[in-house]
Write a protein that binds this ligand. Structure first.
Ligand code: C5P
Length: 219
């Protein structure tokens, strides 16, 4: 028989990019593939967890009796979906590449090309993970960080600012790591600032390492 260490645990995972609408046919997005989040979702489900996977638009596919996919488009929709499920959740893994800003005004008709220059005014999106950090009770919160400088320092600040239990720091200093790739090089930093650097490995293997941190937490 299978060993299911996360049996009975409810895990909320965010994945993919967000699309921030400009008008009915246009948006501002990013190149997140969603792969990391989907790999984590499958691994957590395989370990027995009930997974709510809240995902922006991606080409990823997932089929597992314990994974429920909630498709969203914008950061605001992702925010609402996360808050809908959060109370009933044991752990959160925020792997989505949420847009930092969104167009201030969304035109209800397609914008015509008339002017030579066109400016889109933007305003900040809500920080979904930080908002969960504010209201968390027993939930174990995991975030991601991707920095190009002072990465450990910024990651530690992010743990404090968002009230996280663990951060997964993506290294950009390694060929083959990160966005749109199938491999990743990460360092775990926990809330006591212990550092645990990992080898460059496939995103499936990174997903196993991340899910193992949750298993350890409940062990
Ligand atoms: O602040 P920064 O964007 O670097 O933080 C990254 C972490 O916060 C990721 O886990 C990401 O999913 C989450 N995040 C979020 N909502 C935002 C921005 C980031 O949940 N608006």
């Amino acid at each position: 028989t299978e060993f299911l260490p996360l049996k009975g645990k409810k895990i909320l995972i965010t994945a993919g990019p967000t699309y921030e609408p400009i008008d009915p046919v246009r948006f501002i997005g990013n190149h997140s593939s969603g792969k990391m989040g989907f790999d984590i979702a499958l691994e957590a489900a395989n370990k027995g967890a009930e997974v709510i996977l809240i995902s922006g638009p991606t080409h990823q596919k997932i089929q597992h009796p314990r994974v429920k996919v909630i498709p969203v488009m914008s950061a605001n929709q992702m925010y609402d979906a996360c808050h809908k499920y959060f109370e009933d959740t044991d752990a959160v893994i925020a792997a989505a590449a949420v847009a930092d800003y969104k167009p201030k005004i969304v035109a209800d008709q397609k914008i015509k090309k008339n002017a030579e220059e066109f400016v889109i005014e933007m305003e900040k999106n809500p920080d979904i993970l930080a908002s969960l950090g504010v209201i968390k009770k027993e939930q174990f919160l995991i975030g991601f960080a991707l920095e190009t400088q002072n990465e450990v320092e910024f990651a530690k600040q992010k743990i404090k600012k968002k009230n996280l239990d663990l951060i997964v720091l993506n290294s950009l200093n390694d060929e083959g790591a990160g966005f749109g790739k199938s491999t990743n090089k990460v360092t775990f930093i926990d809330k006591d600032f212990n550092l645990e650097p990992k080898e460059l490995k496939s995103k499936e293997e990174v997903a196993k390492d991340i899910v193992n941190k949750i298993i350890e937490h409940y062990a």
